[in-house]
Design a protein around this ligand. Structure first.
Ligand code: CA
Length: 357
């Protein structure tokens, strides 16, 4: 190009991408997203909407994703299967719903005494987590993307205070997944109930305790009206990550520009959910305490016994499940190194600011 041409409008236009012309060449694509979550969980369900809106905006409206709440297209706990078999092109779910298929899928969400949200992001985007998990998800015909995080969850609502490990004996608690398995080892009787069924079970005394998410979501379900004792931390969910799933064939068929749009929109949704929880949980906790909720840390003997039982379970699983071992070994090393770093600097900063008057 001549320098003279370069300075004219025509010359500049020739050098710049032409989004409108490009978009005209790209196909209209319509996908369905099967979410595991009800619309009432606005922060979690909302990640699917965030993704759909951004993908449409980045593709001139050509790539449209329609979001279906849990149960609308498929039951909430069948999203992995639905995306794997192409019933939906994509989904939004949590890996630990599918530990019945493979316990290693829990690393995609949270495992007891695992990573915080910050550390999970570090592992996923920069610590080998995403490629390790994609290898696992390929067995289920799915490509996976980080899709939000709730931050450290609370440890649940108890009708009576828990003073020591002995108080867990025979206690009926709604706590699903590996956290429930550990609670069983500590003497409790874990129950798996969907969100809508927890309040009535607490009310009629079928449950002594229940965990859900954190102040913002828990307040909406009203547990504080029955069980006043609110424990922390939720040691089984230090930074649970939600995930977007895409059917492998659908992903391969997608134009490169749409893949870029999808990928960047998942990263946005991932960040936005944690921001919403971190902004909404503090005022919700203040409201709950204002209504007479009593906050308690888990007794130290409970925490210590839970951690011991947790790592015994991981070591046992790693002996018989090669998928689990392949992720667990490097994950554990990454976790331990992260904890060393956060212990030195972040914890000192936080402890001084939060506790020293
Ligand atoms: Ca939970």
């Amino acid at each position: 190009m001549q320098r003279r041409d370069f300075l004219t409008g025509a010359g500049v236009a020739a050098m710049l991408p032409l989004p409108a012309a490009q978009a005209a060449d790209l196909p209209a694509v319509r996908w369905r997203l099967a979410s595991s979550f009800p619309k009432s969980l606005d922060t979690i369900y909302g990640a699917g909407e965030t993704l759909a809106k951004r993908v449409a905006a980045l593709t001139g409206g050509k790539f449209q994703i329609r979001v279906f709440a849990g149960g609308e297209l498929v039951p909430g706990l069948q999203v992995l299967d639905a995306v794997g078999n192409g019933t939906a092109e994509c989904g939004h779910s949590a890996g630990y719903y599918y530990v019945g298929k493979n316990l290693a899928l829990a690393f995609d969400t949270a495992v007891p005494f695992g990573l915080t949200a910050r550390q999970q992001n570090a592992w996923m985007y920069a610590g080998g987590g995403l490629s390790a998990l994609r290898k696992l998800y390929a067995k289920y015909n799915v490509v996976q993307f980080p899709g939000g995080n709730t931050g450290t969850q609370m440890g649940g609502w108890f009708r009576k205070p828990i003073k020591s490990l002995a108080d867990l004996k025979g206690l009926k608690m709604r706590i699903p997944g590996i956290g429930g398995q550990i609670m069983a080892k500590l003497g409790a009787v874990p129950q798996t109930l969907p969100g809508g069924d927890i309040y009535p079970a607490l009310e009629r005394g079928a449950l002594d305790a229940a965990e859900w998410v954190g102040p913002y979501d828990d307040e909406k379900l009203g547990f504080h009206k029955i069980a006043k004792h609110y424990y922390y931390p939720g040691w089984w969910e230090g930074g649970p990550q939600l995930s977007f799933y895409v059917n492998q064939a659908s992903w391969k068929a997608l134009p490169e520009q749409y893949r870029q749009a999808f990928e960047v929109a998942t990263a946005e949704a991932n960040q936005l959910m944690l921001a919403q929880y971190d902004a909404k949980n503090p005022p919700a906790l203040l409201r709950l305490v204002g209504q007479g909720v009593k906050l308690h840390p888990y007794p130290k003997d409970v925490m210590l016994a839970a951690r011991r039982a947790t790592f015994e379970l991981y070591e046992e699983e790693a002996k018989t499940n090669p998928d689990f071992a392949a992720i667990y070994r490097p994950w554990k090393q990454f976790r331990d190194t992260e904890f060393q770093w956060f212990k030195v600097n972040e914890a000192a900063y936080s402890n001084f600011n939060y506790y020293v008057k």
